[in-house]
Ligand binder design. Structure first.
Ligand code: ADP
Ligand code: ZN
Ligand code: ZN
Length: 744
C-alpha cells in the first residue's frame, strides 16, 4: 500500500502530495489523517507529514514511511489490535477510538462559547464521488485530496481541512458550490462545565451497607489489585454516593477515575453531583453532543493529567488517563455499552481488560443488572455487593397492572384504561405531573387494505411504513424514506384503507381529546433534534407549566422530577412481542426503571402498567420490583433454551445489493464454518434472510452460530472473513457480531 502525504511545511513549492510506501508492519496503523515521519529530499532529518490518501500502487519509485505518530502509547496500540481481533474489524478503525477527536491547529485553549460553527460533510454518496473521480469529472488534484479526506473524516471545520490537506478554503467552497460537500451548522451552546456555579458538597456519612461496599472496593484501590464488583441496589439506594467516595479516595492518591454512564443520562443534574464534590477543573466530560473541538480539548486535558475524573458515554473507556485508579460503569445493564457500529465492541469487556491490566477495581452498578452479570456474581466470577434500602427513606411507588383484554370486554376501546384515565384526571386537578410511556413513535404503525390485505411497505426496505399525523406523511423508520398518504389500495383499488397500531403522536392527540386543558410535551426521535435537545424538553417539563410528558424509552432513564407522582405505561407488551431472547429481560428493565420515575420525593407515587399479558412474569415481577425473583425464572429459561449466559450467539451478517451474490457468499461462509468450527461445541444454522430482509435496497442474510466463543473459534472466524474477502466478494459486506443488541 502507498500513502499520499502532505509535508508539514509552509513552503509554497511543497504544496502538493508525495507518495510513500507503507511498510507491512505499519499497515494497520496508518490511515487518512495519520501523522507520519518520512525521509524527505536530501534532508538528513525526518519530516513530519499528514496522510491524505491511501492507494494500492504508485507510479513512482517510493521510499518507506519511517514512523507513525498517532500519539498513542504501545499499550494503546496493543489494545487496538486486541479489539480488532476480538470484534472482527480493522486495527485502524480501533486506533481511531483512542485518538483525540478531530485535530486542532489553533486556539486550543480558546474555548468556543455560544457560537455557531460550520462543519463539513459529504453531500453526495461515496460511490457517486468515486465515480466522478474515476471518470475524470473531478480533475483537480486538490479537490480529489479534499474529497478523499472528507470521505474518511466527516465533521471537520474548514480550517482543520485547510491544515490537514494543505489546500485553501477556496477549494472547499468550490466543492460545496458543485454539490459534493455541504456545511452543517452546529451550535455549540455550552462548554460542558462552564458557567456553572455549584455549591460544594461533602461526603455523606455512609449507611452500614454503603460502608461495607465501600470498604471492600477500597481495599483493592489501596492494594492496586484487579477485581470486578457488582454494586446491586434499587434506585435511590445510594450507589452514586458510593461511587463519589471511591473516586474521592482515588483522586486523593493522585490517581484517575473513569466513570461510564449511558449517553442519555449524562444530564446536567447528574454532572452537578460530581462537580459539587470535586469541582469542575478535575472533571472531563466526553459525549457525542459536544463539538469535535470541545471533545478534543477535553481529551487533551485528560492527557495532560489536568482532568482526573472522566465521565462519559461508551467511548470514554478509551480516554487517555494517567495512572488509572478505578473504573465505574453505572446502569451496567444499559444496551448502549455495546456498539452497534464498527468496531462493534462492548465497553464492559474493554473495561474489564483495562482494569485487569492496570490492576484496578472495576465497579458495575445497577438496580436491574444484566442477566449475565448477575449470573457471574452468583457463580463467584464477580463480587456481589448489595444495597437493599433506599438511602433517603422515600418509598417505592405503588404499581398496578391493568388487563387490557378486560378493558375491551368492558367496551373501552380508548388507549387509556379507566383507572389510568381517572388517575390522570386526579393528577391534573391536584396540579401534579404525569409521565406516559409508549415505546413506539408516529401515529399508526401499520397500514392495511381491508379488502385484499395489502400492507404499505417502504420501497427500499421490507418493513411497514408508519403514519405520522403531524407531517401527514408515511415514514420508514429504517431508512427515512417518506411518501404521501395512501387513499386507495395500489393492489385492488379499494378505498378501505385502515390504519392500525398506535404511537406517541396518536397518544398525544388522544390525551388532547380526553383532557382538552392538559398541557403536554412529547419526547421521541421526532421531537428531539439538534435544536431541541432531549435535555431542553426535560427542562421545559420541569420548569414550565406542563402537565404530561409523553414519550418513548427516552423518558425512562435517570431523571428526577419531584412533582411526578403518576407514571402510565400504555402498552407493556410492545417490548415483549419482539423476536429476541432478551425480550422479557428488556421488558422487566424498562418497567422497573419507568416505575422508578414516580414519587421520588415525599409525594407518594403511583404506576399503572397496561398490558394484554398481565400474567407474564416479567410484568408481574416488575410490579413487585422483585429483580431476584425475575432472575430465577429467566435464568432457568435461558439454561433450558441455551441462550446467554449459557452460550454466545454469534451472528455472521451479510449485506449486499446483489441477491445472487449474497446467497453465494453466505453459503461459502456456511461451508467454511461447518468445515472449520468444532461441531461438538458449535451449532451452526444454515444461512437465512434476516427478519428484516431488506434495508435501503440492500438484501440482508445471516448465519447464526450458538456456542461458547473461544480463542480457536475467534481465529477461525477471522480467517473466514479474510478468506471470503480474498475470494472477491466485493459487493457483499460481511460482519461478525457476538451477542448483538438487536437480532433484527
Ligand atoms: P442511586 O445512585 O442508587 O440511585 P443515590 O446515590 O443517588 O442513589 O442516592 C439517592 C439519594 O439518597 C440522594 O439524594 C443521596 O444524596 C441520598 N443519599 C445517598 N447516600 C446517603 C447517605 N449515606 N446518607 C444520607 N443520604 C444519602
Ligand atoms: Zn386492496
Ligand atoms: Zn426504508
Amino acid at each position: 500500500m502507498v500513502a499520499e502525504v502532505i509535508i508539514n511545511t509552509t513552503a509554497k513549492k511543497l504544496n502538493r502530495t508525495f507518495d510513500y510506501n507503507i511498510p507491512k508492519e505499519l499497515e494497520d496503523m496508518i490511515f487518512v489523517g495519520s501523522k507520519v515521519l518520512v525521509p524527505f529530499g536530501t534532508f538528513k532529518t525526518l519530516e513530519e507529514a499528514h496522510v491524505v490518501g491511501i492507494k494500492e500502487n504508485s507510479e513512482f519509485k517510493v521510499k518507506d514511511i519511517a514512523k507513525v505518530e498517532n500519539g498513542l502509547t504501545d499499550k494503546q496500540i496493543e489494545l487496538a489490535k486486541w479489539i480488532a481481533k476480538r470484534y472482527f474489524c480493522n486495527v485502524s478503525e480501533c486506533i481511531k477510538l483512542m485518538q483525540a477527536p478531530g485535530t486542532r491547529t489553533k486556539n486550543v485553549n480558546n474555548r468556543i462559547q455560544d457560537k455557531k460553527i460550520n462543519l463539513v460533510y459529504l453531500k453526495k454518496d461515496v460511490e457517486e464521488i468515486e465515480f466522478d473521480i474515476e471518470n475524470g469529472k473531478i480533475k483537480s488534484e486538490k479537490q480529489k485530496r479534499i474529497l478523499n479526506f472528507v470521505k474518511e473524516n466527516e465533521g471537520y471545520t474548514i480550517p482543520d481541512i485547510e491544515a490537514l490537506t494543505d489546500c485553501s478554503r477556496a477549494i472547499v467552497n468550490t466543492l460545496i458550490k458543485n454539490g459534493y460537500l455541504e456545511l452543517a451548522e452546529t451550535k455549540i451552546d455550552r462548554n460542558p462545565l462552564n458557567n456553572k456555579e455549584i455549591e460544594n458538597t461533602e461526603n455523606l456519612k455512609l449507611t452500614n451497607e454503603q460502608e461495607i461496599a465501600f470498604n471492600k472496593i477500597a481495599k483493592f484501590i489501596d492494594n492496586n489489585e484487579y477485581e470486578q464488583f457488582l454494586l446491586y441496589g434499587v434506585t435511590g439506594s445510594g450507589k452514586t454516593e458510593v461511587y463519589l467516595q471511591l473516586i474521592d479516595k482515588v483522586v486523593k492518591q493522585g490517581k484517575s477515575a473513569i466513570v461510564l454512564v449511558p449517553e442519555i443520562s449524562l444530564t446536567p443534574q447528574m454532572l452537578d453531583r460530581f462537580i459539587s464534590r470535586f469541582g469542575k477543573e478535575k472533571i472531563a466530560v466526553l459525549h457525542s453532543k459536544l463539538s469535535i473541538g470541545e471533545r478534543h480539548d477535553e481529551w487533551e486535558r485528560i492527557k495532560e493529567n489536568k482532568a482526573k475524573i472522566v465521565i462519559g458515554a461508551r467511548s470514554a473507556i478509551f480516554a487517555p488517563v494517567k495512572d488509572l485508579g478505578i473504573i465505574i460503569i453505572d446502569e451496567e445493564h444499559d444496551s448502549s455499552y455495546k456498539s452497534e457500529a464498527t468496531p462493534k465492541y462492548n465497553a464492559k469487556e474493554i473495561a474489564k481488560k483495562i482494569a485487569r491490566e492496570e490492576k484496578v477495581p472495576l465497579v458495575l452498578g445497577s438496580a436491574t443488572p444484566d442477566l449475565t452479570t448477575f449470573y457471574n456474581s452468583n457463580n463467584g466470577k464477580i463480587t456481589l455487593l448489595k444495597l437493599t434500602k433506599r438511602a433517603n427513606q422515600s418509598n417505592l411507588p405503588k404499581v398496578e397492572i391493568v388487563d387490557l383484554k378486560q378493558e375491551l370486554a368492558n367496551g373501552n376501546r380508548s388507549m387509556l384504561s379507566m383507572d389510568l384515565y381517572q388517575e390522570i384526571e386526579k393528577n391534573l386537578k391536584d396540579k401534579l405531573q404525569t409521565i406516559l410511556f409508549l415505546n413506539r413513535r408516529g401515529y399508526s404503525t401499520f397500514i392495511m387494505c381491508r379488502d385484499c390485505g395489502y400492507t404499505v411497505k417502504c420501497k427500499n426496505c421490507n418493513i411497514s411504513m408508519t403514519y405520522h399525523s403531524y407531517e401527514n406523511k408515511l415514514k420508514c423508520h429504517y431508512c427515512g424514506y417518506e411518501e404521501k398518504l395512501v387513499k386507495k389500495c395500489p393492489e385492488c383499488g379499494s378505498e378501505k384503507i385502515r390504519y392500525f397500531g398506535t404511537g406517541t403522536q396518536k397518544l398525544e392527540q388522544e390525551i388532547h381529546k380526553q383532557f382538552p386543558k392538559a398541557k403536554t410535551i412529547r419526547m421521541d426521535v421526532d421531537t428531539v433534534t439538534k435544536k431541541n435537545s432531549h435535555e431542553e424538553i426535560l427542562n421545559k417539563f420541569k420548569n414550565e407549566d406542563i402537565d404530561i410528558l409523553i414519550g418513548t424509552q427516552m423518558v425512562v432513564k435517570g431523571h428526577h422530577f419531584p412533582k411526578v407522582t403518576l407514571v402510565g405505561v400504555i402498552a407493556a407488551d410492545s417490548s415483549l412481542n419482539i423476536d429476541d431472547y432478551r425480550a422479557t429481560e428488556r421488558t422487566f428493565q424498562i418497567l422497573t426503571q419507568v416505575a422508578g420515575r414516580a414519587g421520588r420525593e415525599n409525594l407518594p407515587g403511583k404506576v399503572i402498567i397496561q398490558s394484554y399479558n398481565p400474567e407474564n412474569f416479567s410484568i408481574q415481577d416488575a410490579q413487585k420490583q422483585n429483580y431476584e425473583k425475575f432472575y430465577e425464572t429467566e435464568i432457568a429459561l435461558r439454561k433450558q433454551l441455551k441462550y446467554p449466559p449459557f452460550c454466545d450467539i454469534i451472528v455472521i451478517g451479510f449485506n449486499s445489493s446483489n441477491e445472487d451474490e449474497i446467497k453465494k457468499v453466505s453459503n461459502m461462509a456456511y461451508e467454511f464454518a461447518i468445515n472449520n468450527l468444532d461441531s461438538q461445541e458449535f451449532k451452526i444454522f444454515k444461512p437465512m434472510p434476516s427478519p428484516i430482509d431488506k434495508i435501503q435496497n440492500k438484501f440482508r442474510w445471516r448465519i447464526i452460530i450458538k456456542g461458547n466463543m473461544n480463542e480457536n473459534a475467534n481465529e477461525t472466524l477471522n480467517k473466514l472473513l479474510n478468506n471470503l474477502y480474498e475470494k472477491n466478494c466485493k459487493n457483499t459486506k460481511i460482519t461478525i457480531d457476538v451477542n448483538p443488541n438487536n437480532m433484527a
